[in-house]
Design a protein. Sequence first.
Length: 286
Amino acid sequence: MAVLPRPLFTLALKSRALELGRRTLIMGILNVTPDSFSDAGAFFDRERAIQRALEMIAEGAELLDIGGESTRPGAEPVSVGVELERVLPVIEAIRRESDIPLSIDTTKAEVARQALTAGADLINDISALRFDERMVQIAADSGAPLILMHMQGTPRTMQENPLYASLFSEIIAFLEERIRFATDHGVARSQIMVDPGIGFGKSLRHNLLLVRSLEQLHCLDRPLLLGASRKRFIGAVLERPVTEREIGTAVAHSFAIAAGVHLLRTHEVALHREVALMADAIREPG
C-alpha cells in the first residue's frame, strides 16, 4: 500500500479555523432518524441522540455530522418540517454543551439555514446542490464550509444498476462541475470539500475501486471526506450484518488514510480514532 502526499487546507468556521491534512480527522455520525441503515433508529429519541453526541465528543470526534433524513438506498424523503423538528433541538442542545464543529447533513436549503442559525458550522449536501435550487445561496450567504458529494441518481433509485463508462473520470467531472457551479454562485472555493459518495449509485466493484484509488481525487485540489462506515459493500465482501462491519470499515479507512484522505465520517468514533492515530503514525514516523 503506497502512502501518498496529503495536501494541507484550512476551512474558516464561525469562530475558528479548521486545519485539514496534518492528521486525519474523525467526523462522528448522528442519525436522528427512525430508519437509518446503520443503527435502525437507535438515536431517533432526542435525549438518546444528545447523549450519543456527547459520548462521541468524549471519544475524540473532531466534528459531528447530524442528519434528520435517511439516505439509505430506497429511502423516502421527509418534509422540511419533520427534518427541522428532528435536528434543531439536538443541535441546540449539543451547542450548549460543546463548541465542537457541527455539520448539518441535508439537501434542503431551509433546514441548512435554520441549522446554521441554531449552531451548525458546515453544510453536508449529498446532492451537491442539485435537489434544492436555494441551497447554493444559503451556502454563499452564510460562508459556511460546504461538502459536495457524488451520487448517481437519488437515494430512492441510486442502486438500480449503477453504470459508468469510466468511474473516476465521471466522478471527477461531476465534482468539478459542482465546484464550478458553487463558486459561480458565490461560494468560496476554499470552503468546499468533496466526497466520492461510497455506496451512492455504486456497485460493489465501484466502491472497492474507489477505496483502492482515492488518491486520484486529489486532482480536484480540495479536502477529501470518506463515508465508508458500515456500508453495504463491506457486508457483501465479509458476509457480515451492519452491526459487524467495523473491521472491514477499519481496513477501508487504512487505505483511505494512505491515499491522503482528510476526514473519515464514521459511526464508531473511539475505534476509528485509534485506526487514524495508528495510520497517521505510519504515514509520518516520528
